[in-house]
Design a protein around this ligand. Structure first.
Ligand code: ATP
Ligand code: MG
Length: 341
């Protein structure tokens, strides 16, 4: 059985009651349980561990790592993953740029970045060859984190790009011409495989696929993987799927662990050992223009993204990752997810 490090584990375990020891006929004393026997205690312990690690910082990559966060399925956690991983990496001391490549502009909103129609945006970069440096804005509250916002104009870019020269490599050129030192660029893709996503796949070297732990989790992934192969073959020989992240994991359901097992058996080492729990705090944060890392730093959602970021950073420099604790995922007795198609 595979071991599955999951930070959600302790938050969803059954709550053990306090131990009661009888000390004599009418003397009963409640012994407080050790810190890590309660969900809150364990969360606090993890928070302390994570914060300790934040102080230490993480190894920085030798070259800028460009990660394309893609899955043409909607609502699987692409944007949530992009902004929270980016904030985690920046809090670990890295310099990080988020490129919002989705006309919905959700990543820009979640990072508290102004993106009304007049704001210089990634649309101007792609369609009018405006330098990236003219549209990048610093993210309030998180040092070292920057965002190239998307405005609603980007909705027309899929069509406008068709007739432009080098239509697939316009983002790549803009990034190559950007002179600010960066450790990571995370590109948030729309839920489609059109020219915007192709621009991201040409610009990046690594593909990060968030997979939601629910029924039909793998449906449609085959098409994304074939597109990655096509772009690798014709436009970007460095491109590869480097990271799979399980999102919205609900440790109380058997389905979630069955999906996790299925995904791990398909993708193996690419799947991060940390998975992201379903968390109200994660879904609330964007409406405050914040990532969960600043909105509720001690929450399970914040800690899990923090750990995922640590795992990604260590993997990037070939250092093995020591999970805060191991959680053995329940093995499903029958397949509950559709295979890759
Ligand atoms: N771990 C989580 N726990 C709870 N809610 C989550 C979690 N991750 C994402 N969500 C919520 O699920 C919804 C979809 O997430 P998100 O916008 O990140 O997906 P997406 O793949 O970017 O969607 P789209 O394809 O529309 O761009 C959002 O409302 C988000 O707040
Ligand atoms: Mg999105």
């Amino acid at each position: 059985m595979r071991s599955d490090a999951n930070i959600a584990g302790p938050m969803t375990d059954p709550v053990p009651g306090p131990r009661t020891e009888s000390m004599g006929e009418d003397v009963s004393r409640e012994t407080p349980p050790p810190m890590d026997d309660t969900p809150i205690g364990r969360a606090a312990q993890l928070a302390v561990e994570a914060l300790g690690r934040a102080g230490e910082g993480l190894p920085r990559p030798e070259q800028t790592r460009i990660m394309v966060v893609a899955n043409q399925k909607g609502g699987v956690g692409k944007t949530t993953t992009t902004v929270n991983l980016a904030a985690s990496l920046a809090l670990h001391g890295a310099r990080v740029l988020v490129v919002d490549l989705d006309p919905q502009g959700n990543a820009s909103t979640a990072l508290g970045i102004d993106h009304h129609a007049e704001v210089p945006s990634i649309y101007d970069v792609l369609v009018d060859s405006r330098p990236l440096s003219e549209v990048v804005q610093p993210v309030p509250d998180v040092e070292g984190l920057f965002c190239a916002p998307a405005t609603i104009d980007l909705a027309g870019a899929e069509i406008e790009l068709v007739s432009l020269v080098a239509r697939e490599s316009r983002l790549q050129r803009a990034i190559q011409a950007y002179e600010q030192p960066l450790d990571y660029i995370l590109i948030d893709c729309p839920p489609s495989l059109g020219l915007l996503t192709v621009n991201a796949l040409v610009a990046g070297a690594e593909v990060l696929i968030p997979i939601q732990c629910e029924y039909y989790a793998l449906e449609g992934l085959g098409q994304l993987l074939r597109n990655v192969d096509l772009v690798r073959g014709h436009l970007n020989p460095n491109l590869h799927v480097s990271t799979i992240l399980l999102t919205m994991y609900d440790g109380r359901t058997r389905l979630a662990s069955q999906v996790a097992d299925e995904v791990r058996s398909h993708f193996g080492d690419e799947v991060l050992r940390t998975s992201i729990p379903r968390s109200v705090r994660i879904s609330e944060a964007p409406s405050y223009g914040q990532t969960v890392l600043t909105y509720d730093p001690g929450s399970s959602g914040a800690l899990s993204y923090f750990e995922a970021a640590r795992e990604i950073a260590l993997k990037g420099v070939g250092v093995s990752y020591d999970a805060p604790h191991a959680h053995i995922g329940a093995q499903g007795d029958q397949s509950m997810v559709e295979g890759i198609q």
